[in-house]
Design a protein around this ligand. Structure first.
Ligand code: NCD
Length: 307
């Protein structure tokens, strides 16, 4: 099935076949980068990269991906410089930008905001993170990293740790891996547990889901997916202060866990992984961030009908 013209808004919309196709194209893109460095696959295309929330990896890897494929880009990196400050609606902004480019990549703070943009325009829209909703490109690069380093996506036990309530990466990851017979362990303080809707959706797929607040249980999984407590989403700063140090993964803790446990994190990290974990061979988080370029090249090429 062709991806041309498709929006990438949520991993809920992706079939197993879709995910496998994206993994294949990302591997082709990685090969292009390693052999030719640059390509002219999208030389006649323009992409808008509109980021209305802070970002380092997602924005810069999209911009790298766009340039490595020879496309041109226009961008908003600071919402204070866009007309949203004057009260312009997302839909009006999207309709305007649609007249300039062939594809829109957007991050903004409202859950469902990327869909609102996609509904307003006819060109493909890629969600770079919508509030505490979804972050599909992150989950797909997570899968690409797992596939590349563990050799399979099938039958893995995945522990997701930290802020599972507000963290959009774990929402997207749960759905993205759901067709590959996983088992999920959701490890969070009660206040920050995974939304019930996600548990219900996973159980409807026959996936075993367990909840815990004890990181020692999470350390028995194949994959330990650590996340940051999402400070910017809390209504009460005191609540954040109380929960911010809920989990700190140290090298000593890793050594008590399952042999070879694969450690991932979407980054940025604050305090939840100590730096003495970084040079363990199974600490994958910086390699994970690097894979974002290949994965985002793949999605751009696919939705623009060139892969
Ligand atoms: C994540 C995000 O923006 O949701 N960052 C990223 O894109 N790699 C995770 C986070 O901010 O905690």
């Amino acid at each position: 099935m062709s991806f041309e013209g498709r929006d990438i808004l949520s991993t809920e919309d992706l079939s197993k076949e879709d995910v496998l196709k994206i993994m294949n194209v990302a591997a082709q893109m990685e090969n292009i980068v390693h052999t030719q460095h640059m390509s002219d696959l999208l030389a006649d295309k323009m992409v808008a990269v509109i980021f209305m929330e802070p970002s380092t990896r997602t924005r810069l890897s999209f911009e790298t991906a766009i340039q490595r494929l020879g496309a041109k880009l226009i961008s908003v990196a600071d919402p204070k410089t866009s007309s949203s400050q004057k009260g312009e609606s997302l839909a009006d902004m999207a309709k305007t930008v649609e007249g300039y480019v062939d594809c829109i990549v957007i991050r903004q703070p409202m859950t469902g905001g990327a869909k609102l943009v996609a509904d307003a325009v006819d060109i493909p829209v890629i969600n770079g993170g919508d509030g505490s909703g979804q972050h599909p490109t992150q989950a797909l690069l997570d899968l690409y990293t797992i596939q590349k380093e563990k050799g399979t996506l099938e039958g893995l036990t995945v522990a997701m740790v930290g802020d599972l309530k507000y963290g959009r990466t774990v929402h997207s990851l749960s759905y993205a891996l759901a067709s590959f017979s996983p088992q999920y362990l959701y490890c969070a303080p009660d206040e920050l547990q995974i939304p019930e809707k996600i548990i219900g959706d996973m159980q409807a797929e026959g996936i075993s889901c367990q909840k815990t607040s004890d990181i020692k249980e999470a350390l028995q999984a194949d994959i330990l997916y650590m996340t940051r407590i999402q400070k910017e989403r809390f209504e009460e700063p005191a609540e954040y202060e109380r929960l911010k140090k809920s989990y700190v993964l140290t090298r000593q803790l890793v050594e008590q866990g399952k042999d070879g446990i694969f450690i991932m994190h979407p980054l940025p990290r604050v305090d939840e992984i100590t730096t003495d974990v970084d040079d363990l061979p199974n600490a994958a988080y910086f390699r994970q961030a690097h894979n974002g370029v290949f994965l985002r090249m793949a999605l751009l090429a696919m939705v623009l009908g060139r892969a």
